[in-house]
Design a protein around this ligand. Structure first.
Ligand SMILES: [Fe+2]
Ligand SMILES: [Fe+2]
Length: 227
């Protein structure tokens, strides 16, 4: 798959592969930001797991089922898709509890779309009411989403993504956002993220390269494929 050219008519398998790359991106960023914030190793590992599985509910929510074309060939983000996009954190939580994951990981996933100013979903939590793990995911997920192609829009370059995040800084925990800015100033981290989003590796190789257990990649794949 050529990741450098954008093809709005991707196969479902390509879309799911891109979601897995997005998830790996969030996983690595969340681990690096947790480390920068001074959390211990066990916390960092749980953050990597939560980052990897944060969008696992998207298969059940039907959110990956984009159809139709908008202007300039991009798929249309219709009302149903918007509605289902709001259910994926709760569905993800349910899947992770069924699979025996910890409350830490399941709650990070449940609240990863809560905004610091209280405007997020599913529970309109505000500030420190939001678990810190979810506040870390919110920042890392936003960046990872902006720099990748989505069915309804093209990817932003890293500088533009950063600028857009600064404009919406009210959504983020400032301490987490500042830690994120610090780690993204390091060239090695920028290169790591670029390497992941441009990856054409098989899922097995990706797991090996990024030190991720294949059972988690399999779980993600199976759940994203489900409708
Ligand atoms: Fe999400
Ligand atoms: Fe995401």
């Amino acid at each position: 798959m050529d990741k450098s050219s954008y093809d709005p008519k991707r196969t479902p398998e390509q879309s799911i592969y891109e979601y897995i790359l997005h998830s790996v991106c969030v996983s690595r960023l969340a681990g690096i930001v947790a480390e920068e914030l001074g959390f211990e190793d066990a916390f960092r590992k749980d953050m990597e797991l939560a980052g990897l599985l944060h969008d696992i509910g998207k298969g059940r929510s039907g959110e990956l089922d984009f159809s139709g074309s908008g202007e300039d060939g991009l798929a249309k983000l219709d009302i149903d898709a918007l509605r289902s996009s709001r259910t994926h954190p709760s569905l993800g939580y349910m899947i992770l509890k069924e699979e025996g994951y910890s409350n830490f990981v399941a709650n990070a996933v449940l609240y990863h779309h809560e905004n610091y100013d209280g405007t997020g979903f599913p529970s309109n939590l505000r500030g420190k009411e939001i678990p810190v793990a979810a506040r870390i995911l919110r920042v890392c997920d936003t960046y990872a989403a902006l720099i990748t192609n989505r069915p309804y829009r093209r990817a932003f370059d890293p500088d533009t993504a950063m600028e857009l995040m600064r404009e919406d800084v009210k959504y983020f925990d400032m301490k987490v956002f500042l830690a994120f800015l610090t780690v993204m100033q390091e060239e090695k981290n920028q290169k790591l993220i670029t390497r992941i989003i441009q990856s054409e590796s098989t899922l097995e190789d990706l797991a090996w390269e990024q030190n991720i257990e294949m059972k988690e990649i399999d779980l993600l794949w199976q759940n994203l494929c489900r409708d």
